[in-house]
Design a protein around this ligand. Structure first.
Ligand code: PAF
Length: 282
């Protein structure tokens, strides 16, 4: 990519393309913080052998058209050889935050994510990088990489964009038929039920997880319904402070994830919260 004439902080929005309004929110938020560079790269190393790398939607022309309507300084859409041409000897492995949740269901996934994100950071050298809060564990794993490897980059997690009925926007929603689309609402309903239990005073991790699991049964295959502490992803039975409610399930051909991040303050008030830094809403 040609060097940009720097005008304020350089803000990276890494994506795998198939852009939807959720991605565009990241770009809009980024443009309030500095000059935005969007990367579009379907990263093979973060997909398992039986996952959807081959069928992952690739819509570069449409992505570029959408981005041309926003204040974007540059789009970087490398070939696999540009990113992995030199081979894959040195990789970045996640720490404990990569264990369990999606890390349990998708072995090697976070090593693939961290390795490509580290490469993109090296190539673009952003001051700020923005990630979607829907990939909560990804945000926290990247947060630990940046902290532990002393990368001079400020991370921001942007809130999840939802359809009017609550379904979290995802590039994988396009795999769903109309009836599967309705079935997929069980993810956000499970989170809503978990949140209501907390607002009503429940502080038991296992009870909240069971409440979410009940609603998630409508999916074809439940992967997890978990309550964890933020940012360390600890699993104490009595919850307090910043808390992640996270669910993953298969509906038809799509593996879907969703989460709520909540803050339970010392006065027992429950508010929406964030994962990284000091939080910002898109
Ligand atoms: O969230 C994604 O789209 C991807 O995991 C990312 C961060 C672009 C790395 O490939």
């Amino acid at each position: 990519m040609a060097p940009l004439k720097q005008d304020g902080p350089l803000v990276l929005v890494p994506t795998m393309g198939a852009l939807h309004e959720g991605h565009l929110d990241l770009v809009r938020l980024g443009s309030q913080l500095g000059q935005v560079v969007v990367t579009v790269f379907v990263n093979p190393t973060q997909f398992g052998p039986n996952e959807d790398f081959g069928s992952y939607p690739r819509t570069l022309e449409r992505d570029l058209e959408l981005l041309s309507q926003l204040p974007v300084a540059g789009v970087f859409s490398p070939d696999t050889s540009e990113i992995y041409g030199a081979g894959l000897e040195v990789t970045v492995q996640p720490g404990h935050r990569g264990l369990g949740l999606c890390g349990g269901d998708r072995p090697g996934h976070f090593a693939g994510v961290l390795t490509v994100v580290a490469k993109l950071f090296g190539l673009i050298q952003p001051d700020i990088a923005i990630f979607g809060r829907k990939d909560a564990q990804q945000c926290l794993v990247i947060g630990q990489m940046v902290e532990d490897l002393k990368m001079p980059i400020q991370l921001v997690d942007a809130s999840t964009r939802r359809e009017p009925d609550g379904l979290a926007m995802s590039s994988r929603n396009r795999y769903l038929s109309e009836s599967q689309r309705r079935q997929a609402l069980c993810l956000s309903k499970a989170l809503q039920a978990g949140k209501e239990a907390i607002v009503d005073g429940c502080r038991s991790r296992s009870e909240i997880q069971n409440t979410m699991l009940d609603l998630l049964q409508e999916a074809d295959l439940v992967e997890y319904a978990e309550v964890r502490q933020v940012p360390g992803l600890g699993d104490d039975e009595i919850i307090s402070g910043r808390t992640l409610l996270a669910v993953a399930a298969k509906v038809g051909p799509a593996r879907l994830i969703d989460n709520f991040v909540l803050e339970i303050n010392p006065e027992n008030m429950v508010t929406d919260s964030y994962l990284l830094g000091t939080g910002r809403e898109s």
